[in-house]
Design a protein around this ligand. Structure first.
Ligand SMILES: Cc1cc2nc3c(=O)[nH]c(=O)nc-3n(C[C@H](O)[C@H](O)[C@H](O)COP(=O)(O)OP(=O)(O)OC[C@H]3O[C@@H](n4cnc5c(N)ncnc54)[C@H](O)[C@@H]3O)c2cc1C
Length: 383
């Protein structure tokens, strides 16, 4: 594995950093307080290529590699994780599912719109009674002539109230995970309702919603993949999603490092900068180590994807380590800031609130350990 970035990758990172420093960083606290990012930034992000990365050019994307995608997600995580989630759910979870499992018509219909963010997608897997145990979901789709009729409820769905299309996983037979099928549901379909969940600890700028499906009728052409293949599609897509979450976490750790160094070198106590105290350097060294270790796990995983090698376990390791590192780093960065770290004058409190969900969604830390443990031992601890 070559650890150096190509000039193109460096150039994209610099472009992304510059854009986000101008368009996101000055506004992120306001968006956090308003509990909504200003969606006017979405088309600007699309113009830069954030949504089209890894969607092939023939479908209106940029067709980039996954190392570049990871860099983009890192920069988004450093600037504002709320923005990172919009991209990685819409063009990542939804776009990749369509790219790898859609019919040619579905790809032609949706991918150019997702790649340019003229339409946004959401990924509807979790339900009130099934989170980690998603294979037991109970939303159902019933065949009716050429159509399917969907009933059920989804919980904690990122982009839920902003999305034009929802990728909904529903039960088509009682056959456990093998009885789940995926559907592309336009969110303006009669019987579809999204209700925003307010009062989140972090990611406040991002719309998280409950979805209600009450007799939503879609044609069979809205089915993504084969009947009964839905759970497999969801799990495969989440492997790549974990790479995006992990990359965003690297951005959080990097942001914490920069904030802690800046504060420690400016703030004086006992007549000298607090950076000169060994115990403060200890905190900063831990954040720096977390940044390097998390980034290397992320790049290793992105490199495996780019080379067409199996990457599922590497994605779990990157996601597990980077998400726990993001919480640790934000906590350490607050410690460096003292009381100033506890209020919103500095970015570190928001980093901690945003980081906290990263160990929960797209598979909790415990679920990542079970995946890694299964790969190491050959024993499935899920059942
Ligand atoms: C802000 C936010 C955004 C989200 N976005 C989306 C989205 O866009 N789409 C979507 O489908 N979902 C989304 N989710 C849902 C998220 O993926 C779930 O919350 C997550 O998978 C955990 O499920 P749960 O909350 O039901 O927790 P549970 O599964 O009930 O887990 C509770 C606890 O039990 C542990 N646990 C469960 N099973 C085991 C086991 N077998 N062994 C050991 N420990 C176990 C877990 O690790 C956890 O600690 C989002 C959640 C949040 C908070």
């Amino acid at each position: 594995m070559d650890l150096s970035l190509t000039p193109e990758q460096e150039a994209f990172r610099a472009l992304a950093r510059d854009f986000l420093e101008r368009e996101a960083v000055p506004h992120r606290m306001q968006w956090d307080h308003d509990e909504s990012v200003d969606l006017a930034i979405v088309p600007k992000m699309a113009e830069l290529g954030f949504f089209g990365l890894t969607i092939p050019e023939e479908y209106g994307g940029v067709g980039g590699d996954y190392v570049t995608y990871s860099l983009a997600m890192e920069e988004l995580g450093r600037a504002d994780s709320a923005l990172r989630g919009i991209v990685s759910v819409s063009s990542g979870l939804v776009g990749k599912s369509i790219l790898f499992h859609g019919t040619e018509e579905q790809k032609q219909e949706w991918l150019p719109q997702l790649a340019t963010a003229s339409k946004l997608g959401c990924f509807g897997l979790t339900e009130p009674d099934t989170g980690s145990d998603a294979g037991n979901l109970t939303s159902r789709a019933t065949r009716d002539g050429d159509d399917w009729v969907l009933h059920g409820q989804k919980l904690f769905i990122t982009n839920g109230t902003w999305a034009d299309v929802a990728l909904v996983f529903a039960r088509t037979s009682p056959d456990g995970p093998r009885g789940v099928t995926a559907f592309l549901v336009p969110t303006d379909a009669p019987g579809f309702e999204a209700r925003e969940i307010k009062g989140k600890l972090g990611l406040r700028g991002q719309a998280t919603a409950e979805l209600f499906l009450d007799g939503v009728r879609v044609p069979d052409s809205a089915r993504l993949g084969e009947v009964g293949q839905g759970f497999k599609i969801a799990m495969g897509t989440l492997d790549k999603g974990r790479l995006a979450v992990a990359s965003g976490c690297v951005g959080i750790v990097q942001g914490c490092l920069e904030a802690a160094v800046a504060y420690a070198t400016e703030r004086t106590q006992f007549g000298r900068p607090i950076a000169s105290f060994q115990l403060v350097q200890d905190l900063i060294a831990d954040i720096s180590l977390d940044a390097d270790a998390a980034r290397l796990l992320v790049w290793r995983c992105a490199d495996l994807v780019d080379r067409g090698e199996p990457y599922g376990v590497a994605a779990s390791k990157a996601k597990l380590f980077a998400s726990e590192a993001a919480v640790r780093a934000a906590n350490n960065a607050i410690q460096v800031h003292g009381g100033a770290g506890y209020v919103d004058d500095y970015p570190v409190a928001k980093y901690l609130r945003d980081a906290r969900v990263m160990t929960l969604y797209e598979g909790t830390s415990q679920i990542q350990k079970l995946l890694i443990g299964r790969a190491e031992t050959g024993v499935n601890a899920f059942v």
